[in-house]
Design a protein around this ligand. Structure first.
Ligand SMILES: [Mg+2]
Length: 242
């Protein structure tokens, strides 16, 4: 057994789902294009980029309001769309138009759920090493189960959603429930996610080994925790290689 006090032996790996295992940002962008083709036909390419960015980045924190129980899942989605569209369309997204938009979005988005290319190789290697893995996500279990399955990730069997323990990340309870489901010691369980604060710092605070997946590789300056720029970095940590 390795005995490096700074790097514990890793017994299990938990992943965030959105923009960590599943490329949600691309799926959202494709969906917005698909369902907005008519109303937003006048947008230039640069404006499309801006519109999608406004929607996915959620500058007003409507998704956080959903996590806090202040908005329904559908309401947060419509508010994000309404805000993003306000810069480009005079007529606000409300009433029947909003309901229609939401229906189109909801039925189109799952068609675009895909895993990142580096997901399968890392899961294959974890299987080979007999290291259990799972997911802990800030959305409800059934929605995320369907998302993983749509993305071809049925093999990620352990899945903790916000409805499992009644709290969202970075509350320690949701991370600890993930380790409990894997049957691993939290202090020897990696948690990997694309949000440095909610995922990496949050998991560290819960007593797990938090890792920030910084896929862009551009924002790492100043972050003092563990950081990887692709999921292959998980294997280096698991194998104790720096
Ligand atoms: Mg994420």
């Amino acid at each position: 057994m390795r005995s490096d006090s700074a790097q514990p032996v890793i017994e299990g790996v938990l992943f965030d789902i959105d923009d960590t295992l599943v490329d949600l940002e691309t799926a959202m962008g494709r969906t917005l294009h698909h369902i907005g083709a008519e109303r937003l036909a006048h947008l230039s390419e640069a404006e499309w980029t801006q519109y999608k960015r406004l929607y996915t980045s959620d500058p007003h924190g409507y998704y956080d309001q959903f996590l806090a129980g202040k908005l329904s899942f559908t309401e947060q989605r419509i508010r994000r769309a309404k805000h993003a569209q306000a810069s480009f369309i005079a007529e606000p997204l409300e009433g029947v138009a909003a309901a229609r938009w939401n229906h189109a979005y909801e039925s189109t988005l799952p068609l675009h759920f895909e895993p990142y290319e580096d997901v399968s190789p890392v899961l294959d290697e974890l299987d080979r090493l007999r290291i259990p893995y799972g997911a802990v996500s800030n959305n409800v279990h059934d929605y995320q189960r369907a998302k993983l399955d749509r993305a071809g990730l049925e093999r990620v069997a352990a899945l903790v959603g916000i409805d499992a323990v009644g709290v969202a990340k970075p509350d320690p309870a949701i991370f600890l429930e993930g380790a409990r489901q894997l049957g691993t010691d939290p202090a020897r369980t990696l948690y990997v996610g694309d949000n440095p604060i909610v995922d990496a710092v949050g998991a560290d605070a819960a007593g797990l080994v938090g890792v920030w997946l910084d896929r862009s590789g551009a924002l790492g300056d100043g972050f003092e925790g563990r950081r990887i720029t692709g999921l292959d970095g998980v294997l280096r940590i698991v194998q104790g290689i720096r």
